[in-house]
Design a protein around this ligand. Structure first.
Ligand code: PLP
Length: 427
């Protein structure tokens, strides 16, 4: 499908029905698959033949959607997981083990920050966080001989920092490690990190890809560009025999699909974070309209950001679509037509009390701990995600008491702005 435009791939990649087969991707709601002889199935267990045998490892519905997302990103292979958290965990754990080290941008999603800073540490994998805006030299200074991965987000959730992907890719490759980029907020509609040097991309498909807030899921896509064999001493799990599969050497047997095959056959086999086929079906419906929705989210967010920026009760708006935003130039460089996402942060001059009055006066926007869905959603970090912190701690965390996080939906921009305008009267 690689010669088609992204809009076409969103509808047709991953599943091509033959004569008399359903046009809609079928849900293969089956754990197991039938074989005729003992040997036929034995071949599958040795990874000598391709085929389905148990849904924890592979399922036709899941595989079709994974292939679609891989095609959208321009990668060679993809794997779906039961959540974005599982995707980032697998992406890193597939090439890191106890005694290894990761360098990561500090502005990443809170769940990933904990995964790297707390949970992976318990497994013996250390992490050094670097300022996303740091110079190449400063990022390089965080590397150690045992560093195996550089990790960052294209658009940081919720900080809305835009990644200088080329800068990060250059540092990673100078240190002979892959760059893993979480592309959740940008989606391949706005940015394809492989085109800028990233090696592996991850997603929380829970956000724009699904878009309707009906399934939690994740995805990993490999560009196939990182040369594991050349750095085989570091990535021996890919380049040396896997005794748990009768001595399979992933790079030898699977070539460019080595990384995704290992994640499937080892990590899914042993840890099992698979999405249900039904969730993959729902995700696929979301993907079919992704380009339309992302365009509308960005168009609406731009109008909302401009409205808020001009409002007397709003002291500051963070949105890379605004010419004055710190990340406007990076967005222009890396994002198609400079479009980023539908999420905006803004600050009310009246502080915490004004923020609460504003939130409680909204009629259309839902108060919800979710972003990047079709309906407009709003959150007050000081009352919700960062509730346990006092004002001073909030400031240290870069969250001010009057800050609002707004995920602009695809309703009419006029109705969204009217809702905000009315609520601001009470702020
Ligand atoms: C939401 C999110 C995650 C976690 O994904 P879940 O699907 O909630 O597990 C990871 N990274 C980013 C950028 C996110 O926005």
């Amino acid at each position: 499908m690689s010669h088609y435009d992204l809009e076409t791939k969103c509808l047709h990649s991953g599943y091509t029905p033959k004569k008399g087969e359903p046009c809609a991707l079928p849900i293969y709601q089956s754990t197991t698959y039938k074989y005729d002889t003992t040997d036929e199935m034995g071949q599958l267990f040795d990874l000598k033949a391709e085929g389905y045998f148990y849904t924890r490892l592979q399922n036709p519905t899941n595989d079709a959607v994974a292939a679609k997302i891989a095609d959208l990103e321009g990668g060679v292979a993809g794997l779906l997981t039961s959540s974005g958290q599982a995707a980032n965990f697998y992406a890193i754990f597939n090439i890191c083990e106890a005694g290894d080290h990761v360098v990561a941008a500090s502005t990443i999603y809170g769940g990933t920050f904990n995964l790297l800073g707390v949970t992976l540490k318990k497994l013996g994998i250390d992490c050094t966080f670097v300022d996303t805006d740091a110079s190449a030299e400063e990022i390089a200074a965080a590397f150690k001989p045992n560093t195996k991965v550089l990790f960052a987000e294209t658009i940081a959730n919720p900080a809305l920092v835009i990644l200088d992907i080329e800068k990060f890719a250059k540092v990673a490759h100078e240190h002979e490690v892959p760059l893993i980029v979480d592309n959740t907020f940008a989606t391949p509609v706005n940015c394809r990190p492989f085109e800028w040097g990233a090696d592996i991309v991850t997603h929380s498909t829970t956000k724009y890809m699904d878009g309707h807030a009906v399934q939690v899921g994740g995805a990993i896509v490999d560009s196939g560009n990182f040369d594991w064999d050349t750095y085989g001493h570091k990535y021996h799990g890919l380049t040396e025999p896997d005794e748990s599969y009768h001595g399979v050497v992933y790079t030898k047997q699977f070539g460019k699909k080595a990384y995704i095959t290992k994640a499937t056959t080892q990590l899914m086999r042993d840890l099992g974070s698979i999405p249900s086929p039904e969730n993959c079906f729902l995700l696929n419906l979301g993907l079919e309209t992704l380009p339309l929705r992302v365009e509308r989210h960005c168009e609406n967010a731009q109008k909302v950001a401009e409205f808020l920026d001009a409002h007397e009760k709003v002291s500051h708006v963070i949105y890379a679509g605004l010419p004055g935003d710190k990340y406007h130039d990076l967005a222009q460089k890396y994002m198609d037509e400079g479009r980023t996402c539908g999420v905006i942060s803004f600050e009310l001059t009246g502080g915490r009390d004004a923020a609460v009055r504003f939130m409680d006066s909204l009629k259309l926007a839902n108060i919800a701990t979710h972003v990047a869905a079709s309906k407009t959603m709003v959150l007050h970090p000081a009352s919700h995600t960062h509730r346990q912190m006092n004002d001073e701690q909030l400031r240290e965390a870069g969250v001010s008491p009057g800050m609002i996080r707004l995920s602009v939906g695809i309703e009419s921009a006029k109705d969204i702005i009217k809702d905000l305008e009315d609520a601001l009267k009470n702020a």
